[in-house]
Write a protein that binds this ligand. Sequence first.
Ligand code: ADP
Ligand SMILES: O=P(O)(O)O[C@H]1O[C@H](CO)[C@@H](O[C@H]2O[C@H](CO)[C@@H](O)[C@H](O)[C@H]2O)[C@H](O)[C@H]1O
Length: 527
Amino acid sequence: MLSSKAFADAFYGKSKTILEKEILPQYLPACRWFAGKSREIHELEIFEDILFNGITSVAHILMIRVSYQDGLPERYMLPVSFTPAPDPDYPFAIIAKIKVGGEEGIIYDATYDDSFRAALLSFIISGKSLNGSNGQLIAVYERSSKYNDPSCDYIKSSQVIKTDQSNSSLLYEDKLILKLFRKLDEGINPDIEMVRFIYASFHDESIPFCMGFVEYRQTNHSEPIFIGNLQRYVKNEGDAWSFTIGNITRYYENVLSSESSASDIITKNMLDVRYETIPDILIKLIGIRFIEMVAQLGKTTGELHLTLASHPDFTPEPFSTVYQRSLYQSMQNTTKRHFELLRKSLNLLPDAVKEDALNVLNYEKKVLRLFKSIVDMKLTSTRIRIHGDYHLGQVLCRGNDFVVIDFEGEPLLSLSERRLKRSPLRDVACMIRSFHYASFSALSVFTQLELKTWADLWYFYISGIFISSYMDKVKSAEFMSVERAEIEGLLRIFLLEKAVYELGYELSNRPEWVSVPLKGIVDFLSV
Ligand SMILES: Nc1ncnc2c1ncn2[C@@H]1O[C@H](COP(=O)(O)OP(=O)(O)O)[C@@H](O)[C@H]1O
Ligand SMILES: O=P(O)(O)O[C@H]1O[C@H](CO)[C@@H](O[C@H]2O[C@H](CO)[C@@H](O)[C@H](O)[C@H]2O)[C@H](O)[C@H]1O
């Protein structure tokens, strides 16, 4: 095993400068969790380096400040380990070849190091702290937990969850899950705050209970930076995204083999959809079980909002002219930023996407006009704490019901923005956007053009069932308006707001997905 002293040399002096100037500026933009992909890096600095002794290896938890040509800097966490021979299964984890203490090998992302993962969990369970050069890493652990033994076998048996995500999640058998936050921000992380609160209210063993967390306290800074969230693992049958993609793929196949005609099927207003109004042919093609599950998801969402609105710490607040103005201001800023990003990325987009991109750019004024309408709306509903980044990937299926996870909020927003109270209809709109994503994503493997009409029908009726079941649950809640015009108006604004958010998110993180929000904006504004 490489000595700690030898490995530590890699983060000092000339080697540190090479990491900062040459290696990390190339490595970070290739990571799924790095949010600054579409920005030009100006400077990169390792501002913290915490030595972390594993059982069979030595790791360093690096904290990195990235400054860009424009805009505010960001901070990231990158734990790193050394190995003489890289694991061929994780080529993306390799950061650089190095020679330290006379030994040749590679530095790699330590989340792929079994020994680091085990040491990290033991550290949390121990509730100890570790000193770095500019601060302290502190572990906080739920003492009453039954997983108190740092020598338990499950600690040694862990893996990195393979999902397309903004953070890194480490799974310890099917008992515990540790989410490591990559992008760092000072202040309370809503993922920890909300999950602790929901568990405390529900007392439901199956809710993702927060068992501990790791925070970093910088010397002379009052606010902590949350690094990791340890939760109890919820046994599940996969997320609602995979479940939905499976359903809609079968639906498209059923459509093609049934030779049904879509021309007689009318769609008017999503808010009027009820089970009885879904045409028989669609019930047959979609399947009753899926429709029932979507209704269950609407109910679960309503229950979540009722819980969040009921806690004294999360007291609902009325809308006000000042808040409505600030909402418009922030939607206007996001629109300008994301449309500018689209303009800059135009030449890099494939031809098939360019037409929608140009259409969207032409709609900028229309988008801003719709957002501006929030300023003068007379709103009778209230604002509550919401999930904030609600989509099908944030819901785990458990047989006949669902568990909601990942209360972290939208990764493009600051932590304080994510903790603001908002209209619960924003979560509803985000889930509807997710149904739109699913209908498009599943369509991409088919070549038959007639399926587009069927995709729209699926999206319309499934979203309608979700809304009606949600409304049934919350209709008498104080936070929900009884005015249909208000519900409709807010939903329209939030649907467009989420699509504009997605435009920026996809251009910065997954450019190959940008066609979906572009199509969403075009379809939404062209009617
Ligand atoms: N409490 C939990 N129980 C079971 N699986 C979980 C739990 N929390 C997260 N997961 C799994 O980890 C994945 C990523 O978690 P998530 O919190 O959504 O991370 P991210 O913020 O990076 O998207 C989820 O899609 C799910 O498969
Ligand atoms: O990583 P998070 O889950 O916190 O959320 C971010 O990434 C999501 C994608 O992984 C992104 O969601 C968008 O794509 C989904 C399909 O992959 C789709 O279901 C969502 O409706 C769509 O918004 C999410 O917006 C982003 O914050």
